[in-house]
Structures are given as C-alpha cells and as structure tokens.
Write a protein that binds this ligand. Structure first.
Ligand SMILES: Cc1cc2nc3c(=O)[nH]c(=O)nc-3n(C[C@H](O)[C@H](O)[C@H](O)COP(=O)(O)OP(=O)(O)OC[C@H]3O[C@@H](n4cnc5c(N)ncnc54)[C@H](O)[C@@H]3O)c2cc1C
Length: 451
C-alpha cells in the first residue's frame, strides 16, 4: 500500500502503545511492507513480570485466536495458556456447580497473563526488520494534521514525523485526547462504581491446583464477586470485584479482622485457599473499570485509533483484548480494500467496527449484572439450559449469545440480533405452550358433565 494522501512515503508509521493491539498492528503493517516505529511509555515487557497484583489474566477466545493465528503466534503460546472448559460456581455452602462453555470441546477459553502475551507479541515484533521499538518513550504531543509526534525519552523530547499515527495507547489514550482537542467529536467515559483487586491463590500440596484447574472459578456474593483464572504453574489469579464505596467497599474495607470477617461471611471457603489473604488484600492496589466510547476513530488519513483507545469496555464479557485484536485485522482488511486512499480505509474501518464495539460495550455492562446476580438465578440457569439444549439439537440454527460472542467471529451486533430473534421465538413458543395448555384445560372443562 502507498502512503496515501498525506505524509511522505519514506516516513514510518508511528504507533503509540506497545500493548496487545499496538504490537499486533505493528506486525500486520510491517508485513504489508511499511516501516513501523512503536513508542511505549513503559519498560519492555520482556524484561520482567508485571508487578504483584497487576498481572491481569485474560480469557483468549475465538476472535483473539484468529488474530494471533494470522501472525502465526497462537500455537506457540501453548506453554503460557491454560484451557478453561467452563465456569465453576462456588456456592456459599461449599457446593460447586460446573457450567460448560459450550457443546463441543472447541468451545473453550484460554487463560493467559496479559504481560506474558504482551511479551511474546513484542518478541515477534522485535524480530521483524521493518519494526523499531522504543520503550520508556512517552507520547506527549501530536500535530494531527502534519502527523508530527512529540516523544519524551529519558527526559529529552524529540519530534517524530510519521506518514500516519496509530493511537494504540489504551483506555486513557493520549493520542485520542490530543487529536480530539478543539474538534467537535463525541466522547463518553463512564467509570463503574465497582473496582477490582487481584489476589493470588497459590498452588496447593504437591503443586496441585487448589480449585478446579481447567475452569474459570467464580464466587458470586451479594455486592461482590470473585473470578479466578488458572495459571500454568497451578496458581490462580483471583480478581475481587467490589463497590468502591459503601459497606463493604474498597474505601472502607481495611484491617485484618474486618477483612477476614468479610471474606468469611461473603466468600466462605475462599480464605482457606489463600493463606496470606489479609497481607495480599492490604498490599495490592485497587483498579478502576471504565467504558469509553467516541465517535471519531480517525482524523483524515493521519491518525487512527485501535483497541481500548477507541472503545474500552468493562471486562465482564472477557472481550476487551479479543475485540482489540480483531480491530487490527479489520483495519488491515480496510487498508487492502482502499489501497490508494488511506482516509477512506480509516473511515471504512470505523464504519465496519464501531456499531459492533458499541454493542459489545452494552453487553459487557449487562454481563456485569448477570455475573453479579444471575449465576445464582434458577430462572437464568433454566434459560441457559434451554439455549444449550437447542444449540445441541440445531447447531447451525441456534446458538446462545455467549457462544456467538466468545466462540465465533460473528460481528457482535449480528450476534445480538440473532440472540434477540431467538428470544422472540422462545417467548412465542412459551406463549403458544401456555395457550395450548389453557385451551386443553378449557376443552376438558367443557366436556365435563355438569354436576
Ligand atoms: C481486570 C481486567 C480483566 C480483563 N479481562 C479480559 C479478558 O478476559 N479478555 C479480554 O479480551 N480482555 C480483558 N480485559 C481487557 C484487556 O486487558 C484490554 O482490552 C486490552 O489490554 C486492550 O489492549 P490495548 O492494546 O488496546 O491497550 P493496552 O493493553 O492498555 O495497551 C496500551 C499501551 O499503551 C501504552 N501507553 C499509554 N499511554 C502512552 C503514551 N502516552 N505514550 C506511549 N505509550 C503509552 C501503555 O503503557 C500500554 O502498554 C481485562 C481488563 C481488565 C482491567
């Protein structure tokens, strides 16, 4: 592809952010023959693990797998991933309920530490001769019309001229802020009233897992939730979701006795599998959860946003990273479709992508309520069983929404449209069944001889 309208063909593409989306896109663009420079404010993830309590485990599903396959990385990640075949819900009395993710063995998620996946992507990018990686390099300024970046490295700021700039710098994107400054664009940012804290469930005796290993373990509670992803060393990264304020909330829950009493009451059994629970609780940071939506994903042919920078979502559908990686594939396809008009490629990318990531944002917010309450609701469980039974009977015609979101690459909006259609059919079938039963009862009543 050519450099398009603006920018000099010799100028590199500048990507801000060497996270998951930034590194994948760097590889895809370099494979197109473009010269790419990636600027990342943090240290190189290959140099060490993420800090304690900051690992973030991800569930890689169909969309992420497709994107990672595209650059030939997926199969080489098997030493870092643990398959999750379903979720295990821990009931207050100690009972465990296993809910499989799907009807066939392919319908599973793969748990991986974000930092480890990031390090492998960086490793792959670093091996490409067309990619230059700059760590400890923070983007601090941008002239979007000229494609001029200001980057601060070791206290010195330099200017970088780019053929175009990609903002892959996450939910609090600097590129997004700078490109939108003074322009009439829509922007929405919503913080959830709940935050999260990571806790580690260490391996048990003999190096064995203390909870079912090949599953997402869940402890739902009133006003609280713990979700635990398995790691390859038989430990689990548990994430405690709680309101920030209120009783109890992260701002008030403190002190060993109070913390122990809280876990004993809300999450019985959990303290027994985390021996140093109170120490971990006191030392780990609280994270915030944010949804970001914006209308302009690009500025002419000079700046484009991908991943969380364009559409951060709450993590409750496990699709933030999966959708961010999918963005890169769609952007790559759009560059193919418009080889001589980069502005058209960027506009096409936004048109194809944004309606679906808007749907994902709404689904992620809804799934928060389901994970918080619904995992225990018999009605939802019954509904889910009907969905799975129909999926087994008519695999081509019927699929639960979760299956379409996690185990297919059907666009999110299309998945929701189909799920709504299925809902209507079920309601119709339910109403028909009730009508039939009432009619039968009425007919039986009419036939009865009068007494
Ligand atoms: C608790 C939690 C659980 C999650 N679980 C899942 C899951 O199971 N499945 C899933 O798909 N997703 C999940 N996600 C979401 C997922 O982590 C994100 O969607 C994904 O990391 C987005 O990738 P990205 O590359 O767009 O942004 P990021 O991963 O945030 O990368 C952005 C990069 O840009 C860099 N940067 C920022 N500003 C600058 C600057 N000014 N200059 C230079 N560099 C900069 C940052 O340092 C960072 O490296 C979860 C998120 C959280 C918080």
């Amino acid at each position: 592809m050519t450099a398009g309208h603006g920018g000099h063909p010799q100028d590199p593409v500048a990507i801000v952010g060497a996270g998951l989306a930034g590194t994948l896109l760097a590889i895809l663009l370099a494979e197109r023959g473009l010269r790419v420079e990636v600027y990342e404010r943090r240290a190189d993830p290959r140099t060490g693990p993420a800090g304690e309590g900051r690992s973030v485990n991800l569930g890689v599903s169909a969309r992420g797998i497709r994107a990672l396959r595209r650059i030939g990385l997926w199969t080489s990640l098997s030493d870092l991933t643990v398959p999750m075949r379903g979720r295990v819900v821990h009931r207050p009395g100690g009972a465990r309920l296993f809910q499989p993710y799907g009807r066939d063995p392919q319908e599973i998620l793969h748990s991986i530490r974000r930092n480890e996946l990031n390090a492998r992507l960086v490793e792959r990018a670093a091996a490409h001769p067309g990619i230059g990686l700059f760590f400890g390099a923070r983007c601090v300024g941008l002239d979007p019309d000229q494609g001029l970046l200001s980057v601060t490295e070791a206290g010195l700021t330099r200017r970088v001229r780019a053929s175009f700039v990609v903002g892959a710098d996450g939910a609090f994107s600097t590129v997004r802020r700078l490109v939108q400054h003074g322009r009439p664009v829509d922007y929405r940012q919503e913080f959830l009233a709940w935050g999260y804290k990571e806790l580690t469930i260490p391996p048990g005796a003999g190096g064995r897992s203390r909870v079912p290993p090949q599953a997402l373990n869940l402890w739902p509670a009133r006003q609280g939730l713990i979700v635990a992803h398995p790691n390859v060393d038989a430990s689990h990264t548990a994430t405690l979701f709680l309101p920030h304020r209120g009783e109890p909330g992260f701002t008030t829950l403190a002190g060993n006795e109070t913390v122990t009493a809280f876990f004993t009451e809300r999450f019985p059994g959990f303290a027994a599998i985390v021996p140093d629970l109170t120490e971990q609780y006191a030392s780990r940071p609280v994270g915030h959860l944010v949804t970001v939506g914006t209308s302009a994903w690009h500025h002419r042919d000079r700046v484009v946003l991908v991943g969380d920078a364009a559409h951060a979502v709450y993590p409750f559908y496990g699709q933030g990273m999966n959708s961010s990686l999918e963005d890169c594939l769609v952007l790559d396809e759009c560059l193919d479709r418009h080889p001589r008009d980069r502005a058209a490629a960027f506009a096409d990318y936004q048109r194809r992508r944004k309606p679906h990531t808007d749907v994902l944002a709404a689904l992620s917010a809804e799934n928060f309520a389901e994970l918080r309450d619904g995992t225990r609701s018999p009605l939802r469980l019954a509904r889910s069983r009907i969905d799975h039974a129909l999926h087994r009977l008519f695999p081509a015609a019927w699929a639960p929404l979760h299956t379409m979101v996690s185990h297919t690459t059907l666009p999110y909006g299309e998945a929701l449209r189909r799920a709504r259609h299925q809902d209507r059919m079920l309601r119709w079938a339910g109403a028909t069944a009730v009508t039939a039963a009432l009619t039968a009862a009425a007919v039986r009543g009419a036939r009865k001889p009068p007494c």
